[in-house]
Design a protein around this ligand. Structure first.
Ligand code: FAD
Ligand code: MG
Length: 344
């Protein structure tokens, strides 16, 4: 069987289009690699040294969060929780607790399709690693038996996390980049930055407006074309724009694509007819959790969920090249690619 790993890195699912209105000040731009992806900063400040120092501080903060939350780091708090599944509860930092609690919230909302305890399934498929493969049905069944977010005991008073059964594990990959975006925003606020733009591999944080007070224009990646080609543009200020899709982290076997957003109830990649979902809202952690959640629950339930939330908007792209947006995006989203049909 021929197996091709097409892409290991998840890079830009969305790109910012910075117009000329910030041109009076050249941004300090920097690219760094963390959280398994490329992170791209543009910070606008008259004092370039200061902007550079702020980026340094952001990168330090990112590494600090990665050290706690990564399943790829042997002694991270998350790995330690997973190694001790069924054995003992593990003391964690406030931030690991906060992110895990948020993940639990979305596990409840989606009735376990989005799932804090999805790690054994992510590990079994290995998507994004050189061990990616289609597991056997019995392997999948063996693993999903162990997936139950109700088995994750988060004790906020004691600051511990405990997984009730051996072979269970938590994974914060669907939510942690959004949290990192929120923490970067705090660094910008503390340093009185006036305007900035950060892309964390598909999680965009458009900080404040552009310097001339106009909105950022963010291109939504065409899921069927190479990076940098858009289906449309959304105009925003002070928002996170987070996209989940089937086109960055996947492999193909026997002509079939297997992507990394796994339905924790079926054990297979989500297959609800969507190829990309984008969430636009102020909070990065909610945007990240919701983009993965609506990808998993599908168009109808997804629109219903987003419309029920205040100040949260979404863009859905189906495999039939149809684009749906929630009601709050009517004036700020513009479909620019004629191959796609705007259904609203
Ligand atoms: P999203 O849609 O936001 O999330 C998809 C990811 O969520 C999957 O990759 C999986 O991890 C998880 N997931 C899948 N199904 C479910 C489900 N049903 N419920 C909940 N979660 C689910 N990548 C590397 O290659 N090497 C690294 O060393 C590495 N380190 C990382 C460290 C941290 C702290 C983080 C946050 C990410 C890291 N990554 C790394 C990237 C990570 O593996 C994912 O690719 C990335 O977080 C997925 O983000 P996304 O925006 O593409 O997709
Ligand atoms: Mg996500």
């Amino acid at each position: 069987m021929k197996k091709i790993i097409l892409l290991v890195l998840s890079i830009s699912l969305i790109l910012g289009i910075t117009g000329c209105s910030n041109k009076e000040i050249t941004p300090v731009s920097r690219e760094t690699f963390a959280l398994g992806t490329i992170i791209d900063f543009k910070v606008y400040d008259k004092d370039q040294d200061r902007a550079n120092k702020v980026i340094d501080e952001c990168i330090k903060r990112i590494k600090d969060i990665e050290q706690k939350l990564s399943v790829n780091i042997e002694d991270s708090e998350v790995t330690t929780v997973n190694k001790n599944a069924g054995k003992q509860s593990i003391k964690v930092s406030d931030e690991t607790m906060y992110v895990a609690k948020k993940s639990l919230e979305y596990s409840n909302i989606t009735k376990g399709k989005f799932n804090l305890t999805v790690y054994p399934l992510v590990n079994l498929w290995g998507i994004g690693t050189e061990n990616a493969r289609v597991p056997s049905q019995s392997e999948i069944e063996g693993v999903i038996r162990n997936i139950d977010y109700k088995d994750a005991v988060l004790d906020e008073a004691k600051k511990t996390i405990y997984l009730k059964r051996e072979n269970q594990g938590i994974d914060l990959g669907a939510i942690a980049k959004g949290y990192v975006g929120d923490e970067i925003k705090k660094v910008f606020i503390q340093n009185d930055i006036k305007s900035a733009f950060v892309n964390l591999g598909g999680n965009v944080m458009a900080y404040k407006a552009k310097l001339d007070a106009s909105k950022w224009r963010i291109g939504i990646q065409n899921p069927l074309q190479p990076r940098g080609q858009y289906i449309g543009i959304v105009s925003v200020e002070d928002k996170s724009i987070v996209t989940s899709g089937n086109y960055e982290r996947y492999f193909e076997q026997d002509g079939k694509r297997y992507h990394h957003i796994l339905d924790a109830t079926s054990g297979y990649p989500a297959n609800k007819g969507l190829i990309s979902t984008s969430i636009i809202t102020e909070s990065g952690i909610d945007a990240d959790a919701l983009s993965t959640s609506v990808y998993l629950i599908g168009l109808e339930e997804g629109i219903e969920l987003i419309e029920s939330l205040d100040k949260v908007e979404a863009i859905f792209v189906t495999k039939d090249k149809e684009v749906y947006t929630t009601s709050g995006l009517k004036d700020s989203f513009e479909l620019t690619n004629e191959e796609f049909t705007y259904k609203n």
